[in-house]
Design a protein around this ligand. Structure first.
Ligand SMILES: NC(=O)c1ccc[n+]([C@@H]2O[C@H](COP(=O)([O-])OP(=O)(O)OC[C@H]3O[C@@H](n4cnc5c(N)ncnc54)[C@H](O)[C@@H]3O)[C@@H](O)[C@H]2O)c1
Length: 262
């Protein structure tokens, strides 16, 4: 077991990547604190306990620093000091070009996706420093490096997470703490599965692997980065996207795609 006895806190664990990650880290022996703004996060904790793991849930909004403080304390009271933080919760609130994007939507995405991660790191890092061991994993996105048409708030928040990741890595490398970012491509969560089949097929065509990723594949990467095996990986931004960010604009790639569409 990679994470025996470690205490993990995962945000956004009611569904999708967060839920799958909670289960896989539990299978690796961690005690898993699961947090979400949705009450359904209690089901993730129940499922982990039923499978023989140890879990506790807390419902709070990561964009509110006071709620973060009390939420983290709830998990700490039940499971112990947090060794591993997975900043996974994230939102898209508005799909519009910059000129049409509302200031409210911009602020909400920055508050949840970027400031939320900052509040959580601030809350857990002092005890990691004391213990001289810690892992912080920030769920960014391919949008951080490639931008995302009609999602300027989301892409900016995810790019901001990369700056945060690298800075935390620099400041705490000598404290036995690593901080890394994961950049998923298109991962098949419950929400992605609800996309019209034709749209999903077209999107998959633009991915060299010609398929979407599975939540468990992202979860396994989190488990590795959280383990002792990854002690020398720090400040990295790791894509997990079936090759989506590679040069798919070359003549050869475009020819292959055209043949598949014919
Ligand atoms: N699914 C993908 O293809 C994909 C691609 C790139 C990046 N990501 C990132 O991975 C992470 C997980 O994505 P997902 O697809 O599983 O998303 P999801 O929407 O299925 O799950 C996100 C979870 O975060 C929770 N959440 C939202 N706002 C919150 C808040 N203020 N406080 C606490 N919890 C909150 C939601 O309730 C939800 O349970 C996100 O950060 C997302 O941006 C996902």
């Amino acid at each position: 077991m990679l994470l025996k006895g470690k205490v993990v806190l995962i945000t956004g664990a009611a569904r999708g990547i967060g839920r799958a990650t909670a289960k896989i880290l539990s299978e690796q022996g961690a005690k898993v604190g699961v947090a979400d703004i949705l009450d359904e996060v209690s089901q993730t904790a129940d499922e982990i306990e039923k499978a023989g793991g140890k879990s506790h849930f807390a419902v709070f909004d990561i964009s509110d620093p006071n709620q973060v403080k009390s939420g983290v304390q709830q998990i700490r009271d039940q499971l112990g000091d947090i060794d591993i933080l997975v900043n996974n919760a994230g939102i898209v609130t508005n799909i519009a070009r910059l000129t049409k994007m509302s200031i409210d939507a911009w602020q909400k995405e920055i508050n949840v996706n970027l400031s939320g991660a900052f509040y959580l790191i601030k809350e857990v890092i002092p005890q990691m420093v004391e213990k001289k061991w810690g892992r912080i994993i920030n769920m960014s996105s391919g949008a951080a490096t490639g931008g995302l048409h009609r999602q300027v708030g989301y892409a900016s928040s995810k790019a901001g997470l990369l700056g945060m990741t690298k800075t935390v890595a620099l400041e705490h490398a000598r404290d036995g703490i690593t901080c890394n970012a994961i950049l998923p491509g298109l991962i098949e969560t419950e929400l992605v599965k609800m996309m019209p089949e034709e749209m999903l097929k077209m999107t998959s065509l633009a991915i060299p692997a010609r398929r979407t990723g599975q939540t468990e594949e992202v979860a396994q990467l989190v488990a590795f980065l959280a383990s002792n095996h990854a002690a020398y990986i720090n400040g990295a931004a790791i894509p997990i996207d079936g090759g989506m960010t590679l040069n798919t604009g070359s003549l050869g790639s475009r020819k292959e795609m055209k043949e598949m569409l014919a």
